[in-house]
Design a protein around this ligand. Structure first.
Ligand code: ADP
Length: 319
């Protein structure tokens, strides 16, 4: 029987985390369960930065980006002694179970705590959409909207100056943000870990587009693939376009969550509380075919990410 739960946000923040915190808090309070907000992820947990939450703690946060709880990284959480200490602090605060909102690293911490007797549920909070076991993560839709708005603006100015804009987007090692924004913006080239990186092929393609009379080109590139500044210089040197690199960076993490992210986060927060109430721990929540589902964290982490082959094919057909 669960009497008190904790909620924390961990790893990189994402828009919609607040909506998830709110849903967890409201659904738990509605079930007669006390809620404690844990600040700054696992770091705040072992520093005992824990405050009681009531309904007013989560009022007016639905539309706010970031996380009111703060987030942090604590590499020592991979060590058994730190997890043991965290359990002691949770028990001292009479916290029976925990909702962890974060990425796959945070899930591993949640699994470690569950193995030590504190049931934890993971919610996928990241703009990267790089978590297996879910079609979508909380924050991906908002980040996609931000990227699309930026790339649309870059296209306006690129076409005035016969430029090729090379836009680096986030995604960790997942190409979804690049692929979805490439399709949404009508990019000429998308480069991700799935497409691979062949510099000569990219330059050839740009020369071909230039010969066709195109007055601009957009290349959307996932982070961690290449040096976009260096590639932009090569574009200027060896194609008819003037290459300009734009690294969108942390702007993609900010902003008010889209309605889709707010709904997704709210549904997932509700599911987390329902799982804990039914005595389940060590699971993560996902959305598959628009159903909210849960599966053991270990299984989710071992699953291959859904293939986007069909979407890459579509992208090629639309260029
Ligand atoms: P994300 O959750 O966004 O993937 P990180 O990989 O940085 O971000 O993980 C967030 C935090 O989760 C880490 O700082 C650490 O405290 C905890 N964590 C990561 N990996 C593990 C692990 N293998 N075991 C226990 N805790 C972990």
């Amino acid at each position: 029987m669960i009497r008190k739960i904790g909620v924390l946000t961990s790893g990189g923040d994402s828009p919609g985390m607040n909506a998830a915190i709110r849903a967890v808090t409201k659904c738990a309070l509605g079930n007669g369960i006390e809620v404690m907000g844990i600040k700054d992820g696992y770091r705040g947990l072992i520093e005992n930065k824990i405050v009681p939450f009531d309904k007013s703690s989560v009022s007016d946060i639905l539309s706010r980006g970031g996380t009111i709880l703060g987030s942090a990284r604590l590499p020592e959480f991979k060590e058994d002694a730190t997890v043991v200490k965290a359990c002691e602090i949770l028990r001292a605060n009479e916290i029976d179970a925990l909702v962890v909102i974060g990425g796959d690293g945070s899930y591993r911490g949640a699994k470690a705590l569950t193995d030590k007797g504190i049931n934890c549920i993971g919610l996928p909070g990241t703009i990267d959409n790089d978590i297996s076991g879910t079609d979508l993560t909380i924050g991906f839709d908002t980040a996609l909207n931000t990227v699309v708005e930026c790339v649309d603006k870059l296209r306006d100015t690129s076409s005035s100056h016969h430029r090729c804009s090379l836009v680096e987007v986030m995604g960790n090692h997942c190409g979804d943000l690049a692929l979805y924004s490439g399709i949404s913006c009508g990019a000429e080239i998308v480069i991700t870990s799935e497409t691979g990186y062949d510099e000569e092929e990219i330059l050839d393609q740009l020369r071909y587009l230039d010969n066709l009379g195109k007055n601009h080109a957009i290349i959307v590139i996932s982070e961690k693939i290449c040096d976009v500044e260096g590639l932009a210089k090569k574009v200027s040197a060896s194609t008819g376009f003037s290459g300009r690199a734009t690294v969108l960076g942390h702007i993609q993490r900010g902003g008010s969550p889209t309605p889709n992210d707010r709904v997704l986060a709210s549904r997932m927060g509700e599911k987390a509380v329902d799982l804990l109430v039914s005595g389940i721990g060590g699971h993560c929540v996902g959305t598959l075919n628009n159903e909210i589902v849960s599966l053991p964290i270990n299984e989710a982490l071992a699953m291959p990410k859904t293939s986007r082959k069909g979407l890459y094919r579509l992208f090629e057909r639309l260029v």
